[in-house]
Design a protein around this ligand. Structure first.
Ligand SMILES: *[C@@H]1O[C@H](CO)[C@@H](O)[C@H](O)[C@H]1NC(C)=O
Ligand SMILES: *[C@@H]1O[C@H](CO)[C@@H](O)[C@H](O)[C@H]1NC(C)=O
Ligand SMILES: *[C@@H]1O[C@H](CO)[C@@H](O)[C@H](O)[C@H]1NC(C)=O
Length: 296
């Protein structure tokens, strides 16, 4: 017994020396002073591209696609590998090449022509270009509706009251909604193909909400605090809840600090964007999370 004492004493001392940031899940105290971005978690500025909507839809993406052809092909390959590993079969990918191209012609403008333009600029099959634009829906919808029988025959069934793809809805709102309220209405009411949630911020006090959506309807809207010292509450609809919280010292710098704190920053973090509509600011930084760092 006595002989063991020093050993356990040593173990205790070792444990005390091991900080939370050195053991999984590698949490750490809130970082401060990380802004402006520097050091090993900062990998440079995200590049900027101008997509000119005055150009015909088929021309708009040519520049960015020719610059990003390699990563685009790698991403499509990743999606295909993932689909294959989920279904243990190449058949779904065959469907992508044989059936999806016909769907492109049925997409609402400008998406039909834009996707054709992207396929042309990248030299990739049309179906695969559509695949990466809608893979969010393919995973949330298809994983539950495609089945294969013992002989390898595929069954695909669904009551499809066709809704809008997530990427197309957000793009339409960003391009054409002219106010916070219009954006909020479109994001909460448009019929979609898969559930999603949106975080929306306006340019005036009180204009902030998180919208949780099912395909057909709005499940929930959380809005920033109002009343009681905050801006007056606008009309309340049945699904609206309100977040009452103390306001910390918020700035681009403190938000960057928060997003630089592990495990909010983790191995899946590829970039950090901080936006302020009122200041017309959008800053985007490429990130890394060097070891020790949790995978997600
Ligand atoms: C935005 O509105 C214009 C004018 O109605 C329309 O041509 C365009 O296709 C719309 N954009 C999207 C993404 O729906
Ligand atoms: C906020 O946005 C609305 C709608 O786009 C615009 O009319 C208004 O001028 C903006 N207000 C400020 C303070 O930027
Ligand atoms: C808020 O944060 C800024 C920048 O980090 C700092 O200079 C300022 O002193 C802080 N203010 C308060 C009230 O904590």
């Amino acid at each position: 017994m006595r002989r063991m004492m020093p050993a356990s004493g040593l173990l205790l001392a070792l444990c005390a020396a091991v900080l939370a940031q050195d053991v999984p899940p590698y949490t750490e105290d809130c970082r401060s002073g990380t802004y402006p971005p520097a050091g090993p978690t900062f990998q440079g500025l995200a590049p900027w591209y101008t997509v000119n909507l005055d150009q015909p839809p088929s021309e708009r993406w040519k520049k960015i696609i020719s610059d990003k052809k390699q990563p685009l092909m790698a991403m499509i390959q990743q999606i295909k590998d993932l689909v294959k590993s989920i279904f243990h079969s190449e058949k779904l990918i065959d469907l992508v090449d044989t059936k999806l191209p016909a769907l492109v012609g049925k997409l609402p403008p400008p998406f039909d022509e834009e996707i054709k333009g992207i396929a042309e600029a990248s030299g990739q099959p049309l179906g695969e270009i559509l695949l990466f634009n809608i893979f969010y829906e393919l995973f949330t919808v298809c994983t539950s509706v495609v089945a294969e029988d013992m002989s390898g025959k595929l069954f695909h069934a669904r009551n499809l009251d066709f809704g809008l793809f997530l990427g197309f809805l957000t793009r339409s709102v960003l391009e054409n909604a002219t106010s916070y309220e219009e954006a909020k209405t479109l994001l909460s009411k448009t019929v979609m193909l898969a559930p999603a949630y949106f975080i929306l911020g306006g340019n005036q006090s009180g204009e902030a909400c998180v919208i949780t959506r099912s395909r057909q309807s709005c499940l929930d809207i959380w809005e920033i605090a109002c009343g009681a010292g905050m801006p007056p509450c606008p009309n309340v609809s049945p699904h609206v809840s309100r977040i009452e919280a103390a306001q910390p010292n918020i700035s681009i710098a403190t938000i960057y600090d928060m997003l630089s704190t592990k495990p909010v920053l983790n191995k899946l973090t590829t970039y950090t964007t901080v936006m302020s509509v009122s200041d017309s600011k959008l800053e985007a930084y490429l990130r890394d999370c060097p070891d020790p760092c949790i995978p997600w």
